[in-house]
Write a protein that binds this ligand. Sequence first.
Ligand code: ASP
Length: 346
Amino acid sequence: MSDRRDFLKASLLGASAFALSGTLPAQGAPVSRTKAASAARVISTWDFGVAANQAAWAVLSKGGHALDAVEQGVQVPEADLKNHSVGRAGYPDRDGHVSLDASIMDADGNCGAVAALEHIAHPISVARRVMERTPHVLLVGEGALQFAIEQGFKKENLLTPESEQAWKEWLKTAHYEPSINSEVHDYGKTGLPGGAHNHDTIGMLAIDDQGRLAGACTTSGMAWKMRGRVGDSPIIGAGLYVDGEVGGATSTGVGEEVIRNAGSFLVVELMRQGRSPQEACQEAVMRIVKRRREASKTLQVGFLAMNRHGEVGAYAIQHGFSYAICDAKKQDGLVPSQSVYTTSFT
Ligand code: ASP
């Protein structure tokens, strides 16, 4: 036991030696810091994480709880009408239904999730209610909607005219192929109507001033997916996992691959064994690549992790994954992740 603790300590000290507290790393390098820094920090997937982090920071900077921070943070992309992969305005399934997946977890193993939830704009808040007001972890479909309505959430049509138009365009061929979403800024390469991406998830991890960790993950999943398809995001241990003794992890990309490998749980367990967040994300990605060597050339999975000291790592299969980072020093950091393939697939 003490050997393991020593190993963990040595590894964390090693990791913190090459980056100063709160300083953004060189491109693609993992972020570390010493314990002396202000404890609060929030990270999240993709470039839309920058705005989400700022909403989370509004909570953290006032000494608020990490759980409130992640809930309020991810509500930003959930409400963003320009974001077609999370919340309202998400692209629908192949039958035209917008169905949302979300999960939330705290440092003590409390967690809640909803899957295939329709008509509710903020699935993350329903997930939190599942966690706090039911004896269950995951509610799905009709039952999740019924619970949300009982809890006072408003039933709405989440399919915007723009998303409906994109779906109708897709119906002309109805060709389904999860795009690898490797170039988040490079619209036009995906072959989707308007060049839009057909999936991307916000996964967020926060540590507050008291050192409390929490995570949240929310998505509309793969555009044009089969009705009833659920990805990794609402599956605790796949799209999100937090353990207060170790740290947290979240994922984005082709959810089926993450579920097959219990991805976020794996990242946290690797950190428990002494890996840095960066090493843990890399190992989890390589497990997927080793199992799916051919397929991995055309799919994207990215992991993002933070340990209980606020040290951060990220790794993806494809070039182009990025994560947003926000703390007392800088609120709008955006860091390109390292990846297996270093050039764009497209
Ligand atoms: N992981 C999400 C899902 O499979 C989609 C994504 O992050 O791109 O539903």
